[in-house]
Ligand binder design. Structure first.
Ligand code: ASP
Length: 438
């Protein structure tokens, strides 16, 4: 239908990604990435590392102020506490539901395919993972004793809680708080503008991030754990293209092709950064300006989703558990599988939206089931690339749930959703950035 627009941001980001893979492969396969070599010191750990890190830092830089102001605008925009409770309840229920579906079918599929069977690995218990936070720790982290510290440390649940409390209190103060509410709206606009500026740098940063990952990893390691990786990617794709889209279609009736098309640039950001949190600014922009979800719903559902809704992460945790159990000839049994499902739902909620968080939480599940922790070291070998894919699935789930909740609340603008140009910046925008995604 539409011809390729070579000036669009998506095109440039994809070009950056492809070039990154090529350069990374040349460095890796050409054997240039040995310690102390020019390519390793000045390119991989030098230029690529620095550019990639600067970009991710820039995204992280605006996450906290953006979530803070946008939640104030969102919650005060909802206007009454009853509706706020309803929106919150629906969002959280849907997040649970999609994650539970994701983990159930992926565990079933992995068990049916018998991945990891016949390897007969023996544990040498040499690996000790980073410590995962306990469930109590996660609950305790919701209310910050010091909101400034929570903001400085980027503790998302605490920031969300504090922002909602500020907004509710503003609503209760009433008319006199209006200047503050207006100020937050303006600050939100400013933050959104900053998102545009950062997105403008994305193609170069994506090139650097991907080139570094591929140069560090290479393709051969992927192949060693190929069976695990293939089943995992299959489950992730099934969830992305079948489950999420079916749920979206069933609840809203919208054109799922349009949804996926408009999510493309967003998914590429998640892919490149491996971080739902760092992608919040882009997701928020896509969901509100491209998909037509009102900020009153999106400001709540997007940051919360980035923190607690991790369908892709849950799928990884399920498949990895079955894979390692089979590798070590440990029979999980029906109770074991049920425990995996329950634990993965909880662990994915507890996983922060940052790179590799899902693997750290995997130690919780392994510990509960008595699986050898050195299995996680194996999983880690191929985790970087798989993390990129599952993060894209994670944020797509957040966007779909935001849309479903917004539709049910009458906060969804179908005209914006159907307009292919909605949310695309004007040519004469002061920072001329083209964020067309198709
Ligand atoms: N990187 C994932 C995210 O940010 C979390 C994980 O699965 O490790 O969504």
């Amino acid at each position: 239908m539409s011809k390729i627009n070579t000036s669009s941001l998506t095109f440039k980001v994809i070009a950056g990604m492809v070039l990154g893979v090529i350069v990374g492969l040349i460095i890796n396969l050409g054997g240039f990435n040995v310690d102390g070599s020019f390519a390793n010191t000045y390119l991989v750990d030098g230029v690529f590392h620095t550019i990639g890190k600067l970009f991710v830092n820039a995204l992280k830089m605006i996450v906290v102020p953006l979530v803070f102001f946008s939640l104030i605008v969102g919650v005060t925009g909802i206007g009454n506490l009853g509706k706020l409770g309803r929106v919150g309840g629906k969002t959280i229920c849907l997040y649970f539901l999609t994650t539970a579906v994701a983990i159930s079918f992926s565990v079933m599929l992995a068990a049916m395919l018998g991945i990891g069977e016949g390897v007969n690995a023996v544990s040498d218990t040499s690996f000790s993972g980073k410590e995962a936070p306990s469930f109590v720790d996660v609950v305790l982290s919701i209310i910050p004793a010091n909101p400034i510290q929570a903001m400085a440390e980027g503790q998302m649940l605490a920031v969300i809680f504090f922002s909602i409390m500020v907004a509710i209190s503003m609503l209760m103060v009433g008319r006199r708080a209006q200047p503050l509410i207006d100020g937050a709206g303006l600050a939100n606009e400013v933050m959104m503008k900053m998102v545009q500026i950062i997105m403008w740098c994305a193609p170069y940063a994506v090139f650097a991030l991907i080139a570094k990952s591929v140069a560090d990893l290479g393709i051969d390691l992927m192949i060693k754990l190929g069976e695990y990786a293939i089943v995992l990617v299959l489950c992730l794709m099934l969830h992305l293209f079948v489950v999420i889209l079916l749920i979206l279609k069933a609840f809203t009736g919208v054109n799922v092709k349009t949804f996926m098309k408009k999510m493309r640039a967003n998914q590429l950001f998640a892919f490149s950064t491996s971080s739902s949190n760092a992608t919040i600014p882009v997701t928020l922009r896509t969901v509100t300006r491209r998909l037509g979800v009102d900020n009153s719903v999106a400001s709540f559902s997007v940051p919360l989703g980035a923190t607690i809704n991790m369908d892709g992460t849950a799928i990884m945790q399920g498949v990895a558990t079955v894979f390692i159990a089979n590798m070590y000839n440990i029979d999980l049994g029906v109770t074991g599988y049920a425990t995996v499902v329950l634990m993965a739902v909880l662990a994915s909620i507890g996983s922060a939206g940052v790179p590799s968080a899902g693997v750290i939480m995997l130690t919780l599940i392994f510990g509960q089931l008595g699986l050898p922790l050195d299995g996680i070291a194996l999983i880690l070998v191929v985790d970087r690339l798989l993390d990129m894919i599952r993060t894209s699935v994670n944020i797509t789930g957040d966007a779909a749930v935001s849309l479903i909740v917004a539709k049910s609340e009458g906060e969804f603008d179908i005209d914006v959703f159907n307009d292919p140009d909605a949310g695309i910046l004007d040519e004469d925008d002061s920072v001329s950035v083209d964020i067309k995604t198709e």
